[in-house]
Design a protein around this ligand. Structure first.
Ligand code: HEC
Length: 153
């Protein structure tokens, strides 16, 4: 059984070494004048869905869990937040063109209806982010109503 101990030790050493390779976490910004909540009146049910199921990756107000500091999980978390914010950042909503807003709303609706968002890996550790059928319907109906207010040619 000596080899098991050796492998264990090697893994442990590797785990310690990779802690020195920590990419910078995307910054948390709490004052966001361009946030979607600043420019739209969003009813509490919908707001709550966005904040608990989407904001960690799609806003500047990421709430990092402690393991976001532990490699290799940190690499995954940082990657998701970087890419998530890049694709859709609710904190920058007011800076988007009407066309982009319309498109992102449509994408959001599709992603949620297909169960692609929130990411599955996220709901494992954030149970309250798993959306019920009612919540999905709530979000979809809000998205549709917002889309109808945007005129795109
Ligand atoms: C754990 C992080 C995470 C959470 C939580 C999350 N997303 Fe995402 N989202 C991503 C990442 C990463 C991408 C880009 C890669 C991809 O499309 O899979 C993305 C992409 C998107 C896109 C862009 C798709 C496109 O092709 O334009 C939309 C829209 C989206 N997410 C909506 C949502 C909504 C709405 C929620 C909440 C119900 C949500 N996401 C929750 C990480 C997340």
């Amino acid at each position: 059984m000596n080899w098991i101990r050796r492998i264990g030790l090697l893994l442990l050493i590797a785990l310690v070494i990779i802690q020195f390779f920590q990419p910078e976490k995307p910054e948390v910004i709490t004052e966001n004048p361009n946030d979607i909540h600043e420019v739209l009146t969003i009813k509490p049910e919908v707001s709550q869905i966005l904040k608990t199921a989407c904001y960690d990756c799609h806003s500047n107000e990421t709430n990092y869990p402690w393991y976001a500091n532990v490699a290799p999980i940190s690499w995954l978390v940082i990657h998701d937040v970087e890419e998530g914010r890049h694709e859709l950042n609710f904190s920058e909503w007011a800076t988007y063109s009407d066309k982009k807003k319309h498109h992102k709303l449509e994408e959001a609706m599709e992603e949620v209806e297909e169960g692609e968002m929130p990411l599955e890996v996220y709901t494992i550790t954030h149970g309250d982010a798993s959306l019920s059928e009612t919540q999905i319907a709530e979000l979809v109906s809000w998205v549709k109503s917002e889309m109808s207010k945007i005129v795109v040619d």
